[in-house]
Ligand binder design. Structure first.
Ligand code: F6P
Ligand code: MG
Length: 441
């Protein structure tokens, strides 16, 4: 398409993309290798010698991957036969057609960062599935669990807040309900600070009570479309016929503390009758270190249900019940772990696009979703959000994201420049956030 801005890429030396490929990804790979190593005796106990051989094989495949990346070798096709292998290999062929210099090979530092970074996680998965009998091992699971346990105090505060709120929710005036909705939206936004990919796999837990920090964090919200979310959902509630469905879809991001914030918001949506159903989308394979898989989703709810803290346990039990009765629906789709921008979804995954069209509102959590929504391109900061979405409009949608990549659209004139002058790391520190809405006014 004429006039389409270039993709962010590692060829811009010193950029965040460059530093991620050069430093952060090798660090994540090293940590994954180390994790496999530390589980050696567990593999032996479970599978005997075969477990040890598998551990060695997975480690050697990951070391090879790290070496390919660090020496900027050509990106190679996947070799196993998983459901999406052909799609990945076709995508590589497409990337090769975009290379018009050198030997025509797509390389780590010259290809689009979005593609390269997704490819790393798919290759990590490849290394594991090629190493049976440990082929269902999630190299990131430990860190996801650690994040959850280290955030306990904040989780207790949040669950207590929710349970107190639910006691009075039916008597709240419209304005009070709106206030509570805004609070829990902001909790879910700041929950996105806790991702383990930005921190290179190191702990990134929520230590303090996030609710009491909301006022102080308000100035860090650069685009705030919360009012539009409220009008959309409160109108649905007012005009809804009895027994008709109001559906909010949440495209999940990180497990651990962030997932708790999303589930608290989802519980509030049902309890306040702003929605009658919530659908969640998670990842089919371990992804960007901390992203939620079905195992994480079920593990976290089970863990909360079994908690010795009354309100945490009450949340876990209620959430399990929402899933059992179908008011919460967890879905996954291979598209979420492909490298495509969302503008390609209608063509690449028409079934998923059609599913999203059934929602009254879709919340896209986190930074990677934002990169895929906007194509991870060098847009001007003032580019209107709908323009960057490039015809991706399955339903009214909102990005709920803390900024961790050098792409941002929809800002006021001068806003980006001002931030760049006063806060050099504003685009990537995770300190700033947006609620960026696209839908009817
Ligand atoms: O390297 C940092 C990073 O991997 C970004 O590239 C990526 O967008 C982000 O972390 C993941 O963040 P989130 O979990 O919010 O999608
Ligand atoms: Mg993530």
């Amino acid at each position: 398409m004429a006039g389409l801005p270039a993709s962010l890429s590692g060829q811009d030396v010193g950029s965040f993309a460059y530093l991620t490929i050069k430093d952060r990804i090798p660090q994540i790979l090293t940590k994954a290798i180390d994790t496999l190593h530390r589980h050696k005796s567990e593999f032996f106990e479970k599978h005997g010698e075969k477990g040890l051989e598998a551990e060695k094989k997975a480690i050697s495949l990951l070391s090879k991957l790290r070496n390919e990346l660090q020496t900027d070798k050509p990106i190679i096709p996947l070799v196993e036969k998983f459901v999406d292998t052909d799609m990945w290999n076709q995508y590589l062929e497409y990337q090769q057609t975009l290379v018009n210099e050198g030997d025509g090979e797509a390389r780590w530092f010259h290809s689009p960062w979005l593609y390269v970074e997704c490819y790393v996680y798919r290759r990590i998965h490849e290394a594991v599935i090629q190493s049976p009998p440990i082929d269902d091992f999630d190299v990131f699971e430990e860190s996801k669990h650690q994040n959850f346990f280290e955030s306990q105090e904040s989780i207790i505060a949040l669950c207590s807040h929710l349970q107190e709120l639910l006691c009075t929710i039916e008597n709240l005036e419209e304005n009070q309900l709106k206030n509570e909705f805004f609070k829990l939206l902001q909790v879910s936004l700041w929950g996105n600070k806790c991702d383990l990919s930005l921190s290179g796999g190191e702990a990134s837990a929520q230590k303090n009570n996030i609710i009491s920090s909301l006022e102080d964090l308000k100035p860090f919200i650069l685009v705030n479309d919360m009012e539009r979310l409220w009008s959309l959902l409160s109108n649905c509630k007012k005009t809804r016929e009895k027994a008709s469905v109001v559906r909010v879809d949440i495209v999940l991001d990180n497990s651990g503390f962030e997932l708790v914030t999303d589930l608290v918001l989802a519980d509030f949506l049902l309890s306040s009758q702003l929605a009658t159903e919530v659908h969640f989308y998670g990842k089919t394979i371990p992804w960007f270190v901390s992203d939620t898989t079905i195992h994480d989703f079920e593990w976290l709810i089970g863990e909360m249900k079994g908690s010795s803290h009354k309100w945490v346990s009450k949340c876990g039990a209620a959430w399990e019940n929402y899933v059992r009765t179908g008011r919460w629906v967890y879905q996954d789709h291979i598209f979420w772990t492909l490298p495509h921008e969302y503008t390609a979804m209608a063509q690449v995954a028409p079934d998923l696009y059609a599913e999203l069209q059934k929602a009254n509102l879709i919340l896209f959590k986190g930074d990677l979703n934002y990169r895929k929504l906007t194509g991870d391109r060098k847009w001007e900061f003032t580019t209107p959000f709908p323009q960057a979405l490039r015809d991706f409009h399955p339903a009214p949608l909102c990005s709920v994201r803390t900024l961790k990549a050098e792409v941002q659209v929809g800002l006021r004139h001068g806003q980006g420049e001002q931030l760049a002058a006063s806060q050099p790391g504003w685009l990537t520190s995770g300190q700033y956030g947006v609620f960026q809405f696209d839908g009817p006014l």
